[in-house]
Design a protein around this ligand. Sequence first.
Ligand SMILES: Nc1ncnc2c1ncn2[C@@H]1O[C@H](COP(=O)(O)OP(=O)(O)OP(=O)(O)O)[C@@H](O)[C@H]1O
Length: 278
Amino acid sequence: MSLTDIIEIIIISVLIYYMLVWIKDTRAWMLLRGILVILAFVLLAVLFEMNTIVWIADKLFNVAMIAVVVIFQPEMRKALENLGRKNILVNLFNFDFNKVENGKFSDKTITELVKACYEMGKVKTGALIVVEDEIVLTEYERTGIAVDGILTSQLLINIFEKNTPLHDGAVIVRGDRVVSATCYLPLTDSLSLSKDLGTRHRAAVGISEVSDSLTIVVSEETGKVSIALDGELYRNVDAEFLKNKLAYIQKREQDTSKVKSWRRRLKDVTKIRKESNE
Ligand SMILES: Nc1ncnc2c1ncn2[C@@H]1O[C@H](COP(=O)(O)OP(=O)(O)OP(=O)(O)O)[C@@H](O)[C@H]1O
Protein backbone atom coordinates (compact mmCIF):
# COMPACT_ATOMS: atom_id res chain seq x y z
CA MET A 1 0.00 0.00 0.00
CA SER A 2 1.50 3.33 -1.08
CA LEU A 3 1.28 6.73 0.60
CA THR A 4 -1.20 7.87 -2.09
CA ASP A 5 -3.53 4.96 -1.16
CA ILE A 6 -3.46 5.99 2.50
CA ILE A 7 -4.20 9.62 1.59
CA GLU A 8 -7.01 8.41 -0.68
CA ILE A 9 -8.54 6.33 2.13
CA ILE A 10 -8.37 9.32 4.51
CA ILE A 11 -10.00 11.65 1.93
CA ILE A 12 -12.81 9.16 1.19
CA SER A 13 -13.40 8.55 4.93
CA VAL A 14 -13.65 12.30 5.59
CA LEU A 15 -16.02 12.74 2.61
CA ILE A 16 -18.25 9.87 3.78
CA TYR A 17 -18.24 11.27 7.33
CA TYR A 18 -19.33 14.74 6.14
CA MET A 19 -21.95 13.21 3.86
CA LEU A 20 -23.40 11.23 6.77
CA VAL A 21 -23.43 14.35 8.97
CA TRP A 22 -25.17 16.25 6.14
CA ILE A 23 -27.73 13.46 5.74
CA LYS A 24 -28.39 13.45 9.50
CA ASP A 25 -28.95 17.23 9.56
CA THR A 26 -31.39 17.38 6.64
CA ARG A 27 -34.57 15.74 5.43
CA ALA A 28 -32.25 13.25 3.65
CA TRP A 29 -32.10 11.27 6.94
CA MET A 30 -35.72 10.13 6.49
CA LEU A 31 -35.01 9.34 2.84
CA LEU A 32 -31.95 7.28 3.76
CA ARG A 33 -34.07 5.21 6.15
CA GLY A 34 -36.65 4.70 3.39
CA ILE A 35 -33.91 3.65 0.96
CA LEU A 36 -32.52 1.15 3.50
CA VAL A 37 -35.97 -0.46 3.84
CA ILE A 38 -36.26 -0.75 0.03
CA LEU A 39 -32.69 -2.14 -0.21
CA ALA A 40 -33.50 -4.77 2.44
CA PHE A 41 -36.61 -5.70 0.45
CA VAL A 42 -34.64 -5.99 -2.82
CA LEU A 43 -31.97 -8.07 -1.03
CA LEU A 44 -34.66 -10.48 0.14
CA ALA A 45 -36.00 -10.62 -3.42
CA VAL A 46 -32.48 -11.49 -4.69
CA LEU A 47 -32.04 -14.17 -1.98
CA PHE A 48 -35.36 -15.80 -2.81
CA GLU A 49 -34.73 -15.38 -6.57
CA MET A 50 -37.86 -13.26 -7.22
CA ASN A 51 -36.60 -12.27 -10.66
CA THR A 52 -39.46 -9.94 -11.65
CA ILE A 53 -39.04 -7.78 -8.50
CA VAL A 54 -35.26 -7.69 -9.05
CA TRP A 55 -35.83 -6.71 -12.71
CA ILE A 56 -38.24 -3.87 -11.71
CA ALA A 57 -35.80 -2.63 -9.02
CA ASP A 58 -32.98 -2.65 -11.56
CA LYS A 59 -35.02 -0.63 -14.09
CA LEU A 60 -36.16 1.90 -11.43
CA PHE A 61 -32.66 2.56 -10.09
CA ASN A 62 -31.69 5.31 -12.59
CA VAL A 63 -35.08 7.04 -12.29
CA ALA A 64 -34.75 6.95 -8.48
CA MET A 65 -31.34 8.64 -8.64
CA ILE A 66 -32.79 11.53 -10.71
CA ALA A 67 -35.77 11.75 -8.30
CA VAL A 68 -33.38 12.07 -5.33
CA VAL A 69 -31.56 14.98 -7.01
CA VAL A 70 -34.87 16.74 -7.78
CA ILE A 71 -36.33 16.19 -4.28
CA PHE A 72 -33.19 17.33 -2.49
CA GLN A 73 -32.28 20.22 -4.78
CA PRO A 74 -32.66 22.85 -1.95
CA GLU A 75 -30.54 20.82 0.51
CA MET A 76 -27.86 20.13 -2.12
CA ARG A 77 -27.80 23.77 -3.09
CA LYS A 78 -27.36 24.81 0.55
CA ALA A 79 -24.58 22.23 1.03
CA LEU A 80 -22.73 23.55 -2.04
CA GLU A 81 -23.21 27.15 -0.88
CA ASN A 82 -21.80 26.18 2.52
CA LEU A 83 -18.82 24.58 0.79
CA GLY A 84 -18.21 27.74 -1.24
CA ARG A 85 -18.50 29.77 1.96
CA LYS A 86 -15.67 27.93 3.68
CA ASN A 87 -12.76 30.23 4.31
CA ILE A 88 -10.25 28.13 2.35
CA LEU A 89 -12.10 28.47 -0.95
CA VAL A 90 -13.15 32.08 -0.41
CA ASN A 91 -9.69 33.17 0.53
CA LEU A 92 -7.82 31.03 -2.00
CA PHE A 93 -9.88 32.04 -5.01
CA ASN A 94 -11.43 35.26 -3.70
CA PHE A 95 -14.86 34.07 -4.93
CA ASP A 96 -16.90 36.72 -3.09
CA PHE A 97 -16.72 39.29 -5.89
CA ASN A 98 -20.00 40.91 -4.82
CA LYS A 99 -18.82 41.59 -1.29
CA VAL A 100 -17.45 45.01 -0.70
CA GLU A 101 -14.10 44.95 1.10
CA ASN A 102 -14.69 45.44 4.82
CA GLY A 103 -18.44 44.84 4.21
CA LYS A 104 -19.42 44.12 7.84
CA PHE A 105 -21.90 46.41 9.52
CA SER A 106 -20.95 48.81 12.27
CA ASP A 107 -22.19 49.10 15.87
CA LYS A 108 -24.12 52.20 14.78
CA THR A 109 -26.08 50.09 12.26
CA ILE A 110 -26.94 47.62 15.05
CA THR A 111 -28.22 50.48 17.23
CA GLU A 112 -30.25 51.94 14.34
CA LEU A 113 -31.74 48.55 13.44
CA VAL A 114 -32.78 47.80 17.03
CA LYS A 115 -34.21 51.31 17.47
CA ALA A 116 -36.21 51.14 14.23
CA CYS A 117 -37.64 47.68 14.96
CA TYR A 118 -38.93 48.53 18.44
CA GLU A 119 -40.26 51.92 17.34
CA MET A 120 -42.17 50.21 14.51
CA GLY A 121 -43.33 47.55 16.98
CA LYS A 122 -44.75 50.21 19.30
CA VAL A 123 -47.03 51.57 16.57
CA LYS A 124 -47.63 48.13 14.99
CA THR A 125 -45.96 48.81 11.67
CA GLY A 126 -45.13 45.50 9.97
CA ALA A 127 -41.53 45.07 8.81
CA LEU A 128 -39.28 42.42 7.30
CA ILE A 129 -35.54 43.14 7.33
CA VAL A 130 -32.90 40.72 6.01
CA VAL A 131 -29.37 41.36 7.26
CA GLU A 132 -27.03 39.71 4.78
CA ASP A 133 -23.96 37.82 5.98
CA GLU A 134 -21.49 35.84 3.85
CA ILE A 135 -23.97 34.49 1.27
CA VAL A 136 -24.74 37.30 -1.16
CA LEU A 137 -28.48 37.70 -1.72
CA THR A 138 -28.34 39.27 -5.18
CA GLU A 139 -31.06 37.03 -6.61
CA TYR A 140 -33.55 38.26 -3.95
CA GLU A 141 -32.28 41.83 -4.12
CA ARG A 142 -33.20 41.86 -7.81
CA THR A 143 -36.86 41.13 -7.00
CA GLY A 144 -37.16 44.49 -5.22
CA ILE A 145 -36.51 48.17 -5.82
CA ALA A 146 -32.94 49.44 -5.41
CA VAL A 147 -32.46 51.86 -2.51
CA ASP A 148 -28.73 51.92 -1.71
CA GLY A 149 -28.94 54.28 1.24
CA ILE A 150 -27.09 54.43 4.55
CA LEU A 151 -29.10 52.54 7.15
CA THR A 152 -30.75 54.77 9.71
CA SER A 153 -33.80 54.12 11.88
CA GLN A 154 -35.61 56.95 10.11
CA LEU A 155 -34.99 55.40 6.69
CA LEU A 156 -36.32 52.00 7.82
CA ILE A 157 -39.38 53.52 9.51
CA ASN A 158 -40.07 55.52 6.37
CA ILE A 159 -39.76 52.47 4.10
CA PHE A 160 -42.21 50.40 6.15
CA GLU A 161 -44.75 53.22 6.62
CA LYS A 162 -48.16 51.85 5.57
CA ASN A 163 -49.59 52.88 2.21
CA THR A 164 -46.24 53.98 0.80
CA PRO A 165 -44.74 52.42 -2.36
CA LEU A 166 -41.83 50.65 -0.60
CA HIS A 167 -43.57 49.20 2.47
CA ASP A 168 -44.54 45.80 1.02
CA GLY A 169 -42.09 42.87 1.06
CA ALA A 170 -38.61 42.75 2.55
CA VAL A 171 -35.69 45.11 2.90
CA ILE A 172 -32.18 43.72 2.35
CA VAL A 173 -29.32 45.17 4.38
CA ARG A 174 -25.72 44.76 3.22
CA GLY A 175 -23.04 46.18 5.49
CA ASP A 176 -24.20 49.61 6.63
CA ARG A 177 -26.55 50.13 3.68
CA VAL A 178 -30.12 49.31 2.80
CA VAL A 179 -29.61 47.90 -0.69
CA SER A 180 -33.15 47.05 -1.73
CA ALA A 181 -36.80 47.22 -0.60
CA THR A 182 -40.02 45.35 -1.59
CA CYS A 183 -37.99 42.17 -2.11
CA TYR A 184 -39.77 38.85 -2.46
CA LEU A 185 -38.36 36.06 -0.27
CA PRO A 186 -38.85 32.29 -0.51
CA LEU A 187 -41.49 30.91 1.88
CA THR A 188 -40.61 28.04 4.19
CA ASP A 189 -42.64 24.85 3.96
CA SER A 190 -41.78 23.97 7.58
CA LEU A 191 -44.68 22.29 9.37
CA SER A 192 -43.29 23.17 12.78
CA LEU A 193 -44.09 26.88 12.37
CA SER A 194 -47.09 28.00 14.44
CA LYS A 195 -50.36 28.22 12.50
CA ASP A 196 -51.02 31.74 13.83
CA LEU A 197 -48.04 33.07 11.87
CA GLY A 198 -48.62 34.30 8.34
CA THR A 199 -46.50 34.75 5.24
CA ARG A 200 -44.25 37.51 6.64
CA HIS A 201 -42.87 35.09 9.26
CA ARG A 202 -42.80 32.22 6.73
CA ALA A 203 -40.74 34.38 4.36
CA ALA A 204 -38.30 35.22 7.19
CA VAL A 205 -37.76 31.55 8.03
CA GLY A 206 -37.61 30.73 4.29
CA ILE A 207 -34.67 33.06 3.60
CA SER A 208 -32.88 31.84 6.75
CA GLU A 209 -33.09 28.27 5.42
CA VAL A 210 -31.36 29.09 2.14
CA SER A 211 -28.80 31.59 3.45
CA ASP A 212 -26.79 32.56 6.54
CA SER A 213 -28.64 35.87 6.88
CA LEU A 214 -30.40 37.14 10.00
CA THR A 215 -33.97 38.30 9.37
CA ILE A 216 -35.96 40.56 11.67
CA VAL A 217 -39.76 40.48 11.55
CA VAL A 218 -41.96 43.12 13.18
CA SER A 219 -45.51 41.85 13.38
CA GLU A 220 -48.16 44.21 12.09
CA GLU A 221 -50.75 42.35 14.17
CA THR A 222 -49.02 42.30 17.55
CA GLY A 223 -46.05 44.66 17.19
CA LYS A 224 -43.78 41.88 18.47
CA VAL A 225 -40.27 41.44 17.11
CA SER A 226 -39.01 38.01 16.00
CA ILE A 227 -35.75 36.79 14.46
CA ALA A 228 -35.17 34.08 11.87
CA LEU A 229 -31.69 32.55 11.84
CA ASP A 230 -30.50 29.22 10.40
CA GLY A 231 -34.06 28.01 9.82
CA GLU A 232 -35.13 28.80 13.41
CA LEU A 233 -37.65 31.44 14.45
CA TYR A 234 -37.03 33.19 17.78
CA ARG A 235 -40.38 34.76 18.64
CA ASN A 236 -41.09 37.87 20.67
CA VAL A 237 -37.47 38.75 21.44
CA ASP A 238 -36.40 41.79 23.46
CA ALA A 239 -34.02 44.54 22.30
CA GLU A 240 -31.07 43.02 24.18
CA PHE A 241 -31.52 39.64 22.48
CA LEU A 242 -31.77 41.23 19.04
CA LYS A 243 -28.67 43.31 19.72
CA ASN A 244 -26.72 40.23 20.82
CA LYS A 245 -27.73 38.22 17.76
CA LEU A 246 -26.73 41.09 15.45
CA ALA A 247 -23.42 41.41 17.29
CA TYR A 248 -22.93 37.66 16.82
CA ILE A 249 -23.42 38.00 13.04
CA GLN A 250 -21.10 41.02 13.02
CA LYS A 251 -18.41 39.04 14.86
CA ARG A 252 -18.91 35.98 12.66
CA GLU A 253 -18.13 38.16 9.64
CA GLN A 254 -15.06 39.50 11.35
CA ASP A 255 -13.93 35.92 12.01
CA THR A 256 -14.30 34.87 8.37
CA SER A 257 -12.41 37.91 7.16
CA LYS A 258 -9.45 37.17 9.42
CA VAL A 259 -7.29 36.21 6.45
CA LYS A 260 -8.30 39.41 4.64
CA SER A 261 -7.38 41.62 7.60
CA TRP A 262 -4.15 39.64 7.92
CA ARG A 263 -3.46 40.37 4.24
CA ARG A 264 -4.33 44.03 4.81
CA ARG A 265 -1.96 44.16 7.77
CA LEU A 266 0.74 42.58 5.59
CA LYS A 267 0.11 45.26 2.95
CA ASP A 268 0.37 47.99 5.62
CA VAL A 269 3.65 46.58 6.92
CA THR A 270 5.09 46.46 3.36
CA LYS A 271 3.89 50.04 2.78
CA ILE A 272 5.50 51.28 6.01
CA ARG A 273 8.76 49.48 5.12
CA LYS A 274 8.77 51.05 1.64
CA GLU A 275 8.13 54.51 3.08
CA SER A 276 10.92 54.12 5.67
CA ASN A 277 13.31 52.91 2.93
CA GLU A 278 12.52 55.98 0.85
N1 LIG B 1 -42.63 35.99 0.22
C1 LIG B 1 -42.61 37.20 0.78
N2 LIG B 1 -41.51 37.97 0.67
C2 LIG B 1 -41.47 39.17 1.26
N3 LIG B 1 -42.47 39.70 1.96
C3 LIG B 1 -43.58 38.99 2.12
C4 LIG B 1 -43.71 37.70 1.54
N4 LIG B 1 -44.93 37.21 1.85
C5 LIG B 1 -45.52 38.17 2.59
N5 LIG B 1 -44.74 39.23 2.76
C6 LIG B 1 -45.05 40.46 3.52
O1 LIG B 1 -45.90 40.10 4.58
C7 LIG B 1 -47.12 40.81 4.48
C8 LIG B 1 -48.26 39.90 4.85
O2 LIG B 1 -48.07 39.49 6.13
P1 LIG B 1 -49.06 38.46 6.84
O3 LIG B 1 -50.10 39.21 7.59
O4 LIG B 1 -49.49 37.38 5.92
O5 LIG B 1 -47.96 37.81 7.77
P2 LIG B 1 -47.85 37.55 9.33
O6 LIG B 1 -46.69 36.59 9.45
O7 LIG B 1 -49.18 37.18 9.91
O8 LIG B 1 -47.35 38.93 9.89
P3 LIG B 1 -48.13 40.02 10.78
O9 LIG B 1 -48.02 39.53 12.19
O10 LIG B 1 -47.33 41.25 10.49
O11 LIG B 1 -49.56 40.10 10.27
C9 LIG B 1 -47.21 41.24 3.04
O12 LIG B 1 -47.96 42.41 2.94
C10 LIG B 1 -45.79 41.43 2.64
O13 LIG B 1 -45.34 42.75 2.99
